[in-house]
Write a protein that binds this ligand. Structure first.
Ligand code: PLP
Length: 431
């Protein structure tokens, strides 16, 4: 018998967490690394939120809760959905989760059988592909294209929808591209779903960056479109909007109470409930008016950084980068740089077993980290299927402006360092 179950072969990962080992190795060798790899706000949670959690712990609010989440928090979430998305949902359709992530796995486990098809954004948050593969569904990547500002149209989605399509995952604003779907995009997508998809289709709308939109935009959700509330699982989290990544608090809004009960049951089968004092703090995050200004100021800071970063990246020879409309990531195309440094040729001549595990943008990302001290993420970190032939990096803008400027300077230096790259590739025994 094998120690590990066969299903683990299909379990994916999140490079954002794994790259920490590489960074520690560089730092142990004395390199000061500029970390532009982080997917979390560099702001702390607001003190009014922190205080509520502390008070609740001191008051003994430390016991199990309703696995679906405390009623006052679910009521507040339903109210927020009504205010921001214009749809009426019952608190019994809301399930509080430990971070936003659980709703991804729960959706795959609840709706999708082996062999059924799941359409998901590529590049996209890597946990989508991990779960799709884990439940042995068929992954159908929906390519987000630079030339379209990483938006997709109903026409791009149409050919991917078949009678076997069970789940469509959308993520706007998007990680890693910062692309934002417009009201018109969503309207056309909703019309297409109604016309072409099986009536059992579910749309997992990952809206964890809903508060971080730029240029005066208003966040748009597919749930607001006629006929879509019945199909949509809205996934949201306190991690990004309220800078609460480590608190682990999020929620799903389900199309029906019956479906919410299954998400509740997944909670029961995994961690029982989210910590009561954290739920109390989440209620404060949504209720205390002070937080509106705090969230809006954080968003303004990201927007100001975006303006500086995108301009600086586009000045690097051989790099193009479109302007993200939300979230806090830039996703530059480094294809020309990979050509200039000879990475494409080196990659093409790698032995097949090594080539399968890397890509030109991965080689550049490792070179930039180990030799120029700047940490980013490669295209492969955002979905393997459909990543072939695409040469991009994700740069997180969740760092102060000086670090961002220095980081981009280092990427620029790496992009010119042909000799350094040749030496690096020999050192790591790639050739
Ligand atoms: N969805 C997207 C698109 C994300 O970028 C992330 C986190 O990076 C999550 C979901 C998970 O959020 P949480 O940390 O609240 O589980």
């Amino acid at each position: 018998m094998n120690l590990f179950a066969d299903r683990l072969k299909n379990l994916g990962d999140e490079t954002a967490f794994k790259i920490g080992d590489d960074i520690r190795r560089c730092e142990a060798e004395g390199l000061h690394v500029i970390k532009l790899n982080l997917g979390e706000p560099d702001f702390d949670s607001a003190s009014n939120i922190n205080q509520v959690a502390i008070d609740n712990i001191l008051d003994g609010n430390s016991h199990y809760t309703d696995p679906q989440g405390i009623l006052p928090l679910r009521q507040k979430i339903a109210e927020v959905i009504q205010e921001t998305r214009g749809v009426s949902v019952s608190p019994d359709q809301v399930v509080v989760t430990s971070g936003g992530k659980p709703s991804i796995g729960y959706s795959l486990l609840t709706y999708v059988n082996t062999g059924e098809e799941v359409i998901y954004p590529s590049p996209g948050f890597p946990i989508y592909e991990s779960w799709i593969n884990f439940v042995k569904a068929t992954p159908i990547p929906l390519q987000l294209r630079e030339e379209k500002g990483y938006r997709f149209e109903a026409a791009d989605l149409e050919p991917l929808i078949t009678p076997k399509t069970k789940l469509l995952i959308i993520n706007s604003p998007s990680n890693p591209t910062g692309g934002v779907l417009s009201k018109d995009n969503l309207n056309n997508i909703a019309t297409l779903i109604k016309e072409k998809a099986d009536p059992t289709i579910r749309i997992l709308s990952d809206e964890v960056y809903d508060e971080i939109v730029f240029d005066g935009r208003k966040h748009e959700s597919i749930i607001s479109h006629p006929g879509m509330t019945e199909h949509t699982i809205l996934l949201n989290s306190f991690s990004k909007s309220f800078a609460m990544t480590g608190w682990r608090l999020g929620y799903g809004v389900l199309p029906t109470v019956e479906e919410a009960k299954f998400f509740r049951q997944w909670n029961i089968n995994t961690y029982s409930c989210t910590s009561p004092f954290i739920q109390a703090a989440g209620l404060a995050a949504l209720s205390n008016e002070e937080n509106k200004a705090i969230v809006s100021n954080m968003c303004k800071a990201f927007e100001a950084r975006r303006d500086v970063v995108i301009e600086a990246i586009n000045q690097i020879e051989g790099v193009t980068c479109c302007k993200p409309g939300g979230a806090f990531y830039a996703f530059p195309n480094i294809g020309q740089v990979c050509r200039k440094l000879g990475i494409m040729e080196i990659y093409d001549h790698l032995p097949p077993d090594k080539r399968r595990k890397t890509s030109p943008s991965t080689l550049f990302q490792l070179f930039a980290l180990y030799k120029h001290g700047v940490a980013t993420l490669d295209r492969r970190s955002f979905g393997l299927k459909g990543s072939e032939g695409q040469h991009f990096l994700r740069i997180s803008m969740a760092s102060d402006l000086d670090s961002l400027k220095e980081g981009i300077k280092r990427i620029e230096a790496a992009s010119r360092d042909e000799a350094g790259f040749g030496k690096f590739i020999k050192e790591v025994k790639m050739v």
